[in-house]
Design a protein around this ligand. Structure first.
Ligand SMILES: [Zn+2]
Length: 241
């Protein structure tokens, strides 16, 4: 080959490489290519304006509810959710994942649909929503992990992976926290699931309306166990994918 032909070929190669960059290039450069979007549930003020619970749905729900509150700690759920989420971000980054947060402060106004939009836009490999539970009974305890139900028309393409991730996270959380648990639970009524185009899971870390569980959920050492369980589950999900 003559010099001119070689340099033209090299130019073509470089044009192709630039043109097809993006995820493939990013993946080649890191040991873990995966992007995780974390959504710390709720915010300083709920927003009762309505939004459709899924694309084209006539059923509407408030954009974002105000969440529960610690019966002993008096801590609002949105504060606990962000505490756990920031620890989770740190741990997942330590393990090599790229983490995108929907929020890192309390005083924002982001609907559940908008939170899914962030995960979709980031092309997250997994969207993890962090919440805590509330009940009328102080005796109700236990964490659970929610996933989009199988018969839900909005989430068919993400059902299998979402369920798989939820099961891994649930089993690992059981192992690390040794806490009471209420299972892996299918849901079709959650706006934040129905708008998601990427595999999604929601961790209900425990009941803030149980005095015992509320206190424990705010202990840094217990939060670390939750984070370790979720992260181990995430590792397993991606290693078996
Ligand atoms: Zn919540």
């Amino acid at each position: 080959m003559n010099k001119g032909l070689i340099s033209m070929l090299m130019l073509l190669v470089s044009i192709f490489t630039v043109g097809s960059s993006g995820s493939a290039t990013a993946q080649a450069n890191t040991s873990h290519p995966y992007v995780i979007c974390i959504d710390p549930g709720h915010q300083l003020k709920g927003n009762n304006q309505l939004e459709p619970i899924g694309p084209g749905s006539s059923v509407k729900k408030p954009k974002v509810s105000s969440g529960t509150r610690g019966v002993v700690t008096k801590k609002p759920e949105y504060v606990l959710n962000l505490e756990i989420s920031l620890k989770l971000k740190k741990e997942l980054e330590k393990r090599g994942y790229k983490v995108v947060m929907t929020r890192e402060k309390h005083d924002i106004n982001l609907s559940n649909k908008q939170r899914s939009d962030i995960a979709n836009k980031a092309k997250a490999d997994l969207f993890i929503r962090i919440h805590a539970d509330g009940s009328n009974s102080p005796k109700t305890e236990g964490f659970s992990v929610l996933y989009p139900a199988q018969n839900n028309k909005y989430t068919k393409p993400i059902y299998a992976k979402s369920k798989s991730a939820s099961e891994f996270i649930y089993n690992e959380m059981k192992h690390t926290t040794k806490a009471k648990s209420k299972g892996v639970v299918p849901r079709s009524d959650l706006t934040g699931f129905n708008w998601s185009k990427v595999p999604v899971t929601l961790v209900e870390a425990g009941f803030m309306t149980s005095p015992r569980e509320d206190k424990r959920l705010s202990e840094s050492s217990y939060q670390n166990l939750i984070v370790k369980g979720i992260s181990n589950g995430v590792d397993q999900f991606f290693s078996k994918k």
